[in-house]
Design a protein around this ligand. Structure first.
Ligand SMILES: *Cc1c(COP(=O)(O)O)cnc(C)c1O
Length: 225
């Protein structure tokens, strides 16, 4: 399939999922995860109307930001595990950081940032050993005690387990949505927490049904098969 057909197929699934859950297409931002493709491939997505791009490695992120320096309407998402020592180099170019997964990273961002950085707190809802992030209790404790001036917790992010078990996926996404509402209700300064970043190629339809406002889709957009 071409990129155009890929995008059409993804859009059809989003439309289907928002229909099922009584939501609007405009409630959901499609972030194209382009970590496996080069800048010319990204340009094809851009020409199809994609404006949100997600990358997971600091060096590649900066290269791609540089390659698209003339396209000022791109929204850049950093979605990968971020080493503290790389914060300084990429911070100026990040529009959304989806992977705020530990306090030491928040401390470093606070130290380096000169304006507010929109961050998603990464939550390990399924509590898998291999996954990064706060568990639900730690997330609440973190937002309740933080005093950062430059970190704005715009929402929560999770990565679901790699499974075809739809019920298990619904459960994980419901858990993240419930936690988002709980934290939003606390009304903490710099913690609006309106957004939910969840759903990848295998599970974004379920994530949208369960309230995702940002989905991070890679393979479904860029695989040519
Ligand atoms: C790679 C990646 C994605 C996209 O995964 P696909 O299965 O290719 O859609 C989404 N989020 C994160 C954090 C990723 O690393």
């Amino acid at each position: 399939m071409s990129y155009s057909e890929n995008l059409q197929a993804v859009e059809n699934k989003i439309t289907n999922a928002v229909g099922k859950s009584n939501r609007q297409r405009s409630d959901v931002h499609l972030v194209a995860v382009t970590k496996t493709v080069d800048a010319p491939a990204m340009e094809k997505l851009y020409d199809l109307g994609i404006r949100h791009f997600g990358e997971n490695r600091a060096e590649v992120f900066t290269e791609k930001v540089a390659a698209f320096a003339d396209k000022t309407d791109i929204v850049w998402h950093f979605i990968g595990s971020l080493q503290t020592r790389k914060v300084r180099a990429i911070l100026p170019y990040i529009n959304y950081l989806h992977s705020l997964d530990r306090k030491s990273l928040a401390d470093e961002i606070e130290k380096r940032a000169t304006e507010k950085v929109a961050c998603f707190l990464q939550v390990n809802i399924s509590e898998e050993e291999t996954k990064h992030g706060f568990n639900a209790e730690e997330a609440i404790a973190f937002v309740s005690t933080q005093t950062y001036e430059h970190i704005e917790i715009v929402g929560l992010m999770t990565m679901a387990p790699n499974t075809d078990d739809a019920q298990a996926l619904h459960h994980v996404f419901q858990g993240l949505k419930a936690l988002q509402l709980e934290i939003e209700k606390l009304g903490i300064a710099n913690v609006p927490c309106h957004e939910v970043s969840m759903g990848m190629t295998n599970d974004f339809e379920i994530a949208v049904e369960e309230g995702a406002t940002f989905i991070r889709v890679g393979r479904a957009l860029v695989e040519e098969n």
